[in-house]
Design a protein around this ligand. Structure first.
Ligand code: NDP
Length: 290
């Protein structure tokens, strides 16, 4: 079994981006984060993205809004950033408070600055295989992990567990694209899928994104399969100072001995998501120059 090291691959991408940004003349790419409220996980995610953007040589900016911000005020902020030519990428940190319509908020961001890839236009561009669009960071990161780990998809059976808008659906669309780096036969499973193990056992590449700790067991996997574990789940662990540990959607101890390649959790898909956000920001910057 070979471990797919997301930390190492993400670090290489960040170094490549840093090199590319250092060659730019004049303006630098600017990403603006909008954070609503003080949710500790959101604070930590935004801080991390902010730090990596700065490390690459981009200009990170932070807009903090109170938890009780109205939808109108949030939209006014987004409109102002859309109109500001010095801002190339806009990221609205989810989750948003329940009085805010998340889908409408993501749609408010200019598609040209939508570095999260959640705008309807960018989701549509994946279907049309239009490379001027922005692909959501986690699915883009999964495809990059597979390609940099020399996993061929052409003609292979990719089984995706989960059909969410941010992971399952876009990664399925990417894997089935009519491109030499894709061309997979894709099956998408969800909570209503009957006899899940009979399908997952057919997978040459199994992508698990369901948010259920250690759900995928040895009996659900074909020996020699490549396993991409997207899940990030907290499970109680009294032996740790934090009181919990992170596990994926795959039972790593059981599945890793029979997999040919597998991503760990943490250290697999997670770090790729931030790296791809930075890649999208550089792309937005370049598109804005044309
Ligand atoms: P969602 O909750 O939006 O979607 C979960 C999907 O899994 C749904 O389609 C659901 O089916 C399906 N599902 C749930 N239970 C089962 C089951 N028992 N059998 C088959 N399918 C099932 O989750 P996300 O896509 O947002 O996230 C999935 C996981 O990935 C989470 O652990 C999340 O933390 C992690 N994640 C990690 C990221 C990273 O950077 N590494 C980024 C984003 C997410 P149905 O549609 O029928 O309800």
């Amino acid at each position: 079994m070979e471990l797919i090291n997301g930390n190492e691959i993400a670090t290489a991408i960040v170094a490549e981006l840093k090199e590319e940004v250092s060659q730019l003349k004049g303006e630098s790419p600017c990403i603006t984060f909008i954070r609503v409220g003080e949710d500790p996980a959101s604070v930590s995610y935004v801080n991390k993205k902010n730090k990596i953007a700065a490390e690459i040589g981009m200009i990170p900016k932070l807009e903090l809004l109170p938890l009780d911000v109205s939808q109108a005020d949030l939209f006014a902020k987004i409109d102002a950033l859309n109109a500001d030519p010095s801002v190339h990428g806009i990221l609205i940190q989810a989750p948003l408070p329940s009085h805010i319509d998340e889908v409408e908020t993501f749609r408010r961001v200019s598609p040209q600055k939508d570095v999260d890839g959640f705008h309807t236009e960018n989701i549509g561009k994946i279907c049309q295989e239009d490379e001027t669009g922005f692909v959501a960071c986690t699915p883009a990161g999964i495809m990059e992990l597979l390609s940099r780990s020399s996993v061929p998809l052409n003609g292979k059976h990719v089984v995706v567990l989960g059909r969410s808008l941010i992971v399952g659906k876009p990664v399925a669309l990417l894997a089935m694209q009519k491109q030499s780096w894709a061309n997979a036969t894709v099956t998408v499973c969800h909570s209503r899928t009957a006899d899940l193990p009979s399908i997952t056992k057919q997978a040459d590449v199994l992508i698990a994104a369901i948010g259920k700790p250690e759900f995928v067991t040895k009996g659900m996997v074909k020996p020699g399969a490549v396993i991409i574990d997207v899940g990030i789940n907290r499970v109680e662990d009294s032996s740790r100072k934090s009181g919990y540990r992170l596990v994926g959607d795959v039972n790593f101890a059981e599945v890793s001995p029979i997999a040919s390649q597998i991503t760990p959790v943490p250290g697999g898909v997670g770090p790729m998501t931030v790296a791809m956000l930075m890649k999208n920001t550089l792309k937005a910057f370049k598109l804005a120059q044309n």
